[in-house]
Design a binder for this molecule. Structure first.
Ligand SMILES: [Zn+2]
Ligand SMILES: [Zn+2]
Length: 313
């Protein structure tokens, strides 16, 4: 006797057999994940870790946070088709966070972008976008004419953020901006992602700011920049402007021990340290963790390039 399921199989023929594994694969895939694309703080390009950039993937929709040099390459390495990018968020206009902003969108166009990308960032992003079109006018217009591509300038919708609050809401995700000081920069935003699988907060570059703990209160994941103080102290003895440099670093960034304080006050489930200074691997994961462990007893992850964190935790 043929039961209902077998009858269906017979009726659908081999197509049903082919479709089944794909359905299984989709349901097994996590809906939300974070990929740490570039984990080294600062603008210097090296052979080691890539410059700052992160990815949040929710139901196959990519949100790119910061566009340090190398972000396009890192996205490709993470298996994300560039033309699938829908949202870009820039935290502040230091070059290690925006240098590849225009080029990422351009690279997405080169791989067949046909749907809009919405970008958000502090004041200056809209102007930067217009200027990028000027810079690349010749090539863009040549390819539209010569290759029949859509007009890239109409596919990127940039929006300056001027105040705290909700910047973006999709059926799945709400993104909220929160200003945090990064002297001398004040137009600098941390971002909170509320997803179906948990809350993720990115600190941006920031001075030690206890208010960030309120913003990140109860988050599942806090991705916070971190400075390794013993390295700063070694650096100070090596360079002429050591004292000034140390002062600058401490005024505009957060030492790992203080990062732990923020995570502890916010009671986050997981603390991820990224935008590491120094980013090179001579400071080990244990070195980083030991600093933050002094003040935070929860789970600590030291982000490395292309590492993935799946949600729910
Ligand atoms: Zn930075
Ligand atoms: Zn910065």
């Amino acid at each position: 006797m043929i039961d209902r399921r077998n009858a269906l199989k017979l009726a659908l023929g081999s197509a049903a057999g082919l479709a089944a594994p794909r359905v299984w694969a989709q349901s097994a895939k996590p809906r939300t994940r974070i990929v740490f694309l570039g984990t080294k703080g600062g603008p210097r390009v090296g052979v080691g870790p890539s410059n700052p950039a992160n990815l949040v993937m929710v139901n196959d929709t990519p949100f790119v946070i910061d566009c340090g040099m190398g972000v396009s390459h890192q996205l490709v390495s993470a298996g994300v088709p560039l033309e699938s990018i829908k949202y870009i968020l820039i935290s502040h206009h230091h070059s290690d966070h925006n240098l590849e902003y225009g080029n990422l969108v351009y690279n997405a166009w080169a791989t067949g972008l046909s749907t809009p990308i919405h970008s958000f960032g502090p004041k200056g992003l809209e102007a930067m976008t217009r200027t990028y079109w000027e810079l690349n006018k010749f090539d863009i217009e040549t390819r539209i004419e010569d290759e029949g591509r859509p007009d890239l300038r109409k596919l990127l919708i940039a929006k300056d953020i001027t105040e705290d609050g909700v910047v973006l809401q999709t059926p799945d995700v709400k993104v909220t901006a929160f200003r945090t000081p990064h002297p001398p920069i004040t137009d600098n935003f941390a971002y909170k992602f509320e997803t179906p699988d948990g809350v993720i907060v990115f600190s941006s570059d920031t001075a030690y700011n206890p208010k960030l703990a309120e913003f990140a209160k109860g988050a599942d994941v806090l991705v916070h920049e971190a400075l390794y103080l013993p390295w700063v102290d070694r650096l100070v003895t090596r360079v002429k402007n050591g004292a000034t440099l140390k002062k600058h670093l401490l005024e505009s960034h957060t030492a790992a021990e203080d990062v732990g304080r923020i995570a502890d006050a916010a009671q986050v489930k997981v603390l991820v340290m990224s935008h590491l200074v120094p980013g090179e691997l001579d400071v080990t994961d244990d070195d980083w963790r030991n600093e933050a462990r002094k003040t935070f007893k929860g789970r600590i992850i030291v982000a490395r390039d292309l590492m993935e964190l799946k949600l729910p935790l």
